[in-house]
Write a protein that binds this ligand. Sequence first.
Ligand code: GDP
Length: 454
Amino acid sequence: MTTQDRHSYEKTIYALASGRLPSAIAIVRVSGSKASAALESLCGRLPAPRAATLATLKTTDGNAIDESVVLWFPRPHSSTGEDVAEFQVHGGRAVISALFDALSRIDGLRPAEPGEFTRRAFENGKLDLTEAEGLDDLIHADTDQQRRQALRQLKGLLGDKAESWRKQIIGASALIEAGIDFSDEGDVPQELQAHALRKVAALKNEIDKALGASAQSERLREGLIVAIAGPPNAGKSTLLNRLARREVAIVSPHAGTTRDIIEVHLDLDGYPVTLLDTAGVRDTEDPVEQEGVRRAQQRARDADLVLWLVDASRASEKPISKRENHAPVWLVRNKLDLIQGPHASSEKHVPETSRFYISAENGEGIPELLAALMAYAQAYFGAGESALVSRERHRALLRESLDALARAERMSGQGDELIAEQLRIAAHALGRLTGRVDVEDLLDVIFREFCIGK
Ligand code: GDP
């Protein structure tokens, strides 16, 4: 930290903590050593700690700004660990701008950077890094299952686990180091080493298990990606609109109008599902359209599930084109309303698994398709229900730790120093997970993603 950084860090910060204006109530938070000065300046006195107090906020020249409920949290019993003042005012733009103007005139106060409140909480030991990430996830959770996962993390489930693993590794390491000290006493080091490595093996298992369900829980943050693909005019946009129950994609009778990808986020029984409408996959000379097609194919390749839509009224339509896709593909025959005759109707009554007959136009077959999607999401995410690992960052560090433990294990019978070094690497990776060690460079990356006022 440079002197200038330290100086700006020591400043008291303020920001709007509540949502978009205008609103019934808006909350402005102030954190830092000048929070009490802000309260005294605006309310004329310091309210009792932790008690909602009604006050008329006034500028220094005596003009009333608003009637407000104010709260005073002296450190360390506050969310950031610093002195915190909270102003609950009426959520009008002019109210907030007058309040901000008054705050900016107080010496030592400045507007907060994104994530700065949480960063201060972390630096004052109120949260570990995984909890701070959980807080961010909780704020951005759209569905019930996302909320549950974020709350588990905010409550420190992953952080506590990682910290306990780190301590156990340090314990095993201490045994080995003891062996190093006794190295001229024959069998003692061997026994100590074997004992330490038994601990390592048990830990390895635990970490491996935690990593097991990480793919699902990472997806739970982002949503399961379902691509709707198929030839032009099959009815992809129409289907997307129907599933989303609102007009999002352009529906047009001319081929190739969906030039780009349109995403719709669905909440299926608490599970987040992102539906992609891919551009009409077809050969085209138009460069704009070619780009749309390329991006569509790429996104569809990354999808967790593909709904391959075909026009059931066109007998010649090839079911699924050759595509290198690892995701399961469901064949969805659309425009069922256009098919007549006994053959078609008998066919539509024998739906096989992952084969659907629908009319995006009149809604026939849509409830069945949605039910199948919901079941798919449930089965997909169900496996990771109690998962702890929800970010790539977590997964990478746990893997780093695991790899070092595995290397230590393979060195059984070799020099204690070599094993101890691997255990140090393993413990260090876990320390970085919770932010106990070596994190300065990481902090900027993590907190930058936060909103101002958090
Ligand atoms: P996309 O190119 O695959 O996105 O296809 P669109 O959704 O733009 O649909 C192409 C045309 O097919 C439009 O005129 C739609 O109204 C029509 N269409 C879509 N679904 C159905 C359906 O279930 N039945 C009928 N009769 N027409 C449909």
